[in-house]
Every structure is written in C-alpha cells, then in structure tokens.
Design a protein around this ligand. Structure first.
Ligand SMILES: NC(=O)c1ccc[n+]([C@@H]2O[C@H](COP(=O)([O-])OP(=O)(O)OC[C@H]3O[C@@H](n4cnc5c(N)ncnc54)[C@H](OP(=O)(O)O)[C@@H]3O)[C@@H](O)[C@H]2O)c1
Length: 384
C-alpha cells in the first residue's frame, strides 16, 4: 500500500487523483488532504477516505470544519499548518496539486523532508527552479511529473542517455483562442477565455492556456526537470492533444507518448511508477482519429510564449519575475480589472525593468518574487 497525501485535493487535479486512488483500493491509501477554503468538498473526502489529518488554509473555514467534524479529525490551519501537515505526515508520496506560487513552501518542505513528490504544480518550479533542483538532488528525492507534457517527456526519456537528446517537442493544444482573430484578443471576454476545448481545469491555468503562458511555464518546467537548454525545447501546436510530447534523439529517432486526453493517465503513472497498472479508461481509436495536425505557434499573437522563452534564455531571477507578474496579471483579469490584452503587456514591462541576478540564492528569488508582484500591481492599475 503506497501512502499518499494530496495537497489541493478539492481542485481539478486533486479530485482526479482521488478518482485514481478509488480505482485501485488495494494499492493506494490516502493519509492527508488539503484545501484553501472548499470545506464542503473536503468534508466529503475526509469521510469517504477515512482521513486522520488534513489542512485548511483559510482560518475561518478551518474553524467551521473542526466544528463539523467535532474535533475527531486533526485539522491543521493556515500556511504554517500545511507545513506541519507535511512534516508530520507518514506519506510515501506527496501529490502537489495546489495552484500557483503558494505551492513553493510546501514543495520545499516535502523535498527537505526527503519525500517523493508527484508534481502537478508548475509555478513553484518556475519560480525557484535552480534552488529547488539542487535540493532535490541533495536530498535524493524523486520529482514525478503529473503535468501531461512533462510526464510524456519523462516516459520518452526513460532508459535513454540524456546526452543523446536532440530536441524536445513540447506539444500544445493551442488553447481556447487558437482560432480567434488577433485583433479580437485584446478585449476578449472572460467566458470565452475560460471555455477550453480539450481540458477542464482550474481558472488560472485555463487563462494561462489562452495566453499560451501555460506552454511558456512548461518550457521552463521542462528545462529544470530534465536539465535541458531552452534551445533544445520546441513548442509544437497539436490541436487534438493526443501526442503529449515527443523527444528526438541524435540519431533522428523520435519517441512520442500518446493517450486520450485524461489527466488521470499521467496521475496514475506518477503514483504507480515504475509499474504500469491496468485501468478502465478508454484507449485511442486510430481508425476514428484518422489524422493528427501540427502547427508552429504564433509568437506575435501570443507574446507570453516569447516572454517565457526570453526568461528561459536569460535564467537567473527572470523566470521568477515572469511567473509572479503573470500571476498578478491573471488575477487582475479574472477580477475584471484589466483587459486580456494587458496580461502580456504587464509581464513585459515588469521583466524589462528587472535587474536580473544570474546565480540566485533563495533570498534573491523571494525578493524578486515580491518585487515583481508590487510592480505588476502598479502596472495593472495604470492599464486598468
Ligand atoms: N487542471 C489540470 O488539468 C492541470 C494540468 C497540468 C498541471 N496543472 C497544474 O496543477 C496545479 C493545480 O491546478 P488545478 O487546475 O487543479 O487548480 P484548481 O482546480 O484551482 O485547484 C487548486 C487547489 O489548490 C487549493 N488552493 C488554492 N490556493 C491555495 C492556497 N493559497 N493554499 C493552499 N491551497 C490552495 C484549492 O483549494 P480551493 O478548492 O479551496 O480553492 C484547490 O484544492 C496548477 O499549478 C496547474 O498549473 C493542472
């Protein structure tokens, strides 16, 4: 029985992870859960999986859940509570499905404790890749990717000599605005942006898919996870989202990972690795599918992708700044305070003003993150 703690269990990835756990009752046992404030769902999950301890970040929600559970379940609260949950946990693996940079300290705590992490969150790694990957190596922990593209690359590289890698083709569905005319993008509505054709996900990642920043964050994520230079990572638009990424080797051979678009597939593999388990999910019907399409990304229409490449080439604290400015800009857009077209503009202006620190320590990263958030909020006010 592998013991699992799921941080962000009430979100899209968190709930899919519990679906996977349910399908393999003899293999996995959940020993801890967490939410920001969604105690209605967390309460059901605690009952269904007989969980002994969990964490609620929002303090009022934590108090009301404690009352509902009549103090029979240990409920940690707040950001420090989440760190306590991790430090006291007997889990074999932590599933990190909290959205955004908030996942950084929980990830750091898990790695420092020497726990393996199934990683869905990408922002924490983009924020502090060099520092985190050093700690991962030092503590000899495994970062098992859940993000479908990173899982694909990981599976293609399995058993191969990483020095023989030529190019990673990071595929992208193109997001909900692939076919929208460029001149309409500036003022496009929130509803249109949140209507993703292929994946059902949280709001932040859906906006990132629309700007293609999600792919940009994945370029950085792949760079850190697989220790690959950005010039070896090519983004390829593939609207069917059947090939989840490909790796070309020096002899011209290309390995690809294909499956239906269902996050439970990469989640299951991260949990069962190195084993493959039989599941009841549908497979690909190539006779119905008939063809797969590919396009080059439009960097002019989607400037966020270009900005992410710039951050990847420059390195240092620039990826931290890109990520933080993006989080602020997306939040402002979701609160209807800025237009869609202002998201890349804000990130560009903040990155432009940043004094990059080439070999950052953790303190430099935390400073750059705060600085970028303040600058991005100022820019949003100017543009709003
Ligand atoms: N969804 C996908 O298909 C997908 C695919 C690949 C990668 N990812 C990555 O996985 C991560 C999660 O995505 P998602 O779509 O599952 O997001 P989501 O649906 O918004 O869920 C986020 C989860 O984190 C919790 N949370 C939010 N803010 C928190 C905070 N400050 N402290 C503690 N917990 C907090 C949420 O609690 P509440 O329910 O109370 O808000 C929820 O349980 C993101 O980094 C995303 O980029 C997602």
């Amino acid at each position: 029985m592998k013991k699992i703690a799921i941080l962000g269990s009430t979100g899209s990835i968190g709930q899919s992870t519990l679906d996977v756990v349910k399908s393999f009752p003899g293999r996995f046992r959940v020993v801890g859960l967490s939410t920001n404030s969604n105690i209605a769902i967390l309460h059901k999950q605690i009952k269904q999986f007989s969980i002994g301890s969990s964490c609620v970040r929002n303090k009022d929600s934590a108090l009301s859940l404690k009352k509902r559970l009549k103090n029979k379940v240990k409920i940690f609260q707040g950001e420090t509570g989440l760190l306590q949950l991790i430090r006291k946990s007997n889990a074999d693996i932590i599933v990190l499905a909290i959205g955004g940079t908030e996942a950084f300290f929980p990830l750091l705590a898990a790695v420092e404790k020497g726990m393996d992490v199934a990683l869905a969150n990408k922002e924490a790694l983009v924020m502090a890749g060099p520092v985190l990957m050093k700690k991962v190596a030092k503590n000899k922990v495994k970062l098992l990717p859940i993000d479908s593209e990173q899982s694909a690359i990981w599976q293609c590289l399995n058993g191969q000599d990483p020095d023989r890698l030529k190019v990673i083709y990071l595929t992208a569905s193109g997001g909900p605005l692939r076919g929208a005319p460029e001149k309409k993008l500036k003022n496009i509505s929130i509803n249109r942006v949140l209507n993703h054709p292929r994946w059902k996900m949280g709001k932040k990642i859906t906006v990132d898919s629309a700007t293609l920043m999600n792919k940009g964050l994945e370029v950085l994520e792949a760079m850190y996870l697989f220790n690959v230079a950005p010039e070896k990572i090519k983004v390829l638009i593939h609207p069917e989202a059947i090939i989840h990424s490909m790796v070309e080797f020096v002899d011209g051979v290309i390995m690809a990972q294909l499956s239906v678009t269902d996050m439970r597939i990469p989640i299951q593999y991260a949990l069962s690795y190195p084993e493959r388990l039989i599941n009841r999910l549908p497979g690909i019907d190539f006779f119905k599918l008939k063809k797969l399409n590919f396009e080059e990304p439009d960097y002019k229409k989607f400037p966020c992708l270009k900005l992410a490449y710039l951050a990847a080439y420059e390195g240092g604290t620039l990826p931290t700044v890109l990520n933080a400015a993006n989080e602020v800009a997306v939040d402002e857009f979701l609160k209807k305070r800025i237009k869609f077209g202002s998201i890349p503009e804000i990130i560009k202006r903040v990155m432009h003003r940043h004094k990059n620190k080439a070999r950052p320590y953790l303190e430099d990263i935390l400073d750059a993150d705060i600085w970028a958030r303040i600058e991005a909020a100022r820019e949003a006010e100017r543009l709003g």
